[in-house]
Design a protein around this ligand. Sequence first.
Ligand code: SF4
Length: 396
Amino acid sequence: MSSSSPLSYSSYHTYAECPLRWKFLYVDKLPETPRGYFTFGRVVHSVLEELVRPLLVPGARRLAAGEMQRTLDDWHDGGLPPPTVPPMSREELLAAYDRAWLSDGYSSPEEEARYRALGRDLLVRYYTRFVKYPPRPVAVEEHLEARWDGIPIHGYIDRIDRTESGGLEIVDYKTSRELSGEDARASDQLSIYQVLVEANYSEPVEGLTLYHLRSLTPHRAPPRPKETLAQLHERMGSAVDGIRAEAFEPTPGRQCSRCDFQARCPEFRAVPGEDEARLRGLVDRFDELRRQEAQLGDELRRTADDLHRAAEQFGVHRISGSGAVAIRRREETWRYPTATVDEILESAGMKALAPHASTEEVRRLLRDPAIDANVRRRLAEVGTRRVKWYWDLESS
Ligand code: SF4
């Protein structure tokens, strides 16, 4: 991949995690060790494609002016033969699964057998749901490309469905163990797919779905607002700039444990024998101190709480120990709702005195005898006070 090649979600994500790993994969084109769960995902995706493709009714693509678009209406009008639902029997589906099966990357025959059984179970359950509620796909496993404000992007989309209201819903299958609604709301992958579909189809994107195959749960999210897409565009733009500038710094993190390139990575370079033990000792000590720090922090909070309860019980703010005295101090903070403060000041023609309606500005006005007493009273009424207690130690 060159610096001008289109960026896919996975390429962007790899660069964002570790630019050096991106270089190993996309510039040096080093192969990765096959992994069973990736092979499994690919096989299940291909069988689902085979199952769903016969239902396909092309959606309205953005075509050159004057060109005809084939839409769902063409299908209803008899322009295309109606699909048979289901397009294949359960047995045919399982036969397709057997044909598609690949053994690459599994750590043992037992692991492969477990995954194979999981796939059968998952496909049979999906099939029951599919027969009852057949989707209305306008695209299956479709490769789309776009130029997103200067950034060339591309992606393969598992499925694009037509919604009841005539819009489009993007569906991405996931074979992972866990998946949540939050994953769908935060997924950069779905955001990129939204941009690709909006650039290539005439109908609006109305929904983004991560379909969790293990639980047959569609996690739906609304289309991303402009601001979310702008933030992603910014991040992808930085990745493109980095790639162009050949900035391939190693960035160690959680991903290192599943990176195949540790042997080439400077971060995993062997330390000379005489320094190895010293560095190991330093890290071990740091780790131990961090644990102690966390433990001490917990104990410190519990002890302060006990002291607060004692102070409340005896109505004091000073408690003597053997070598020190604990003094309870208070810290007071005020909050004023900006919109309400703006309203009060604007109605009194005083907005210029507190242009940001910040707490500091309001507190200054409240202390200023030159300000109308009625305005000050109204401002004081909308404030909320927060009191925080803390303990100081003094020598006794
Ligand atoms: S081992 Fe970690 S730091 Fe090195 S290339 Fe792989 S992901 Fe990057």
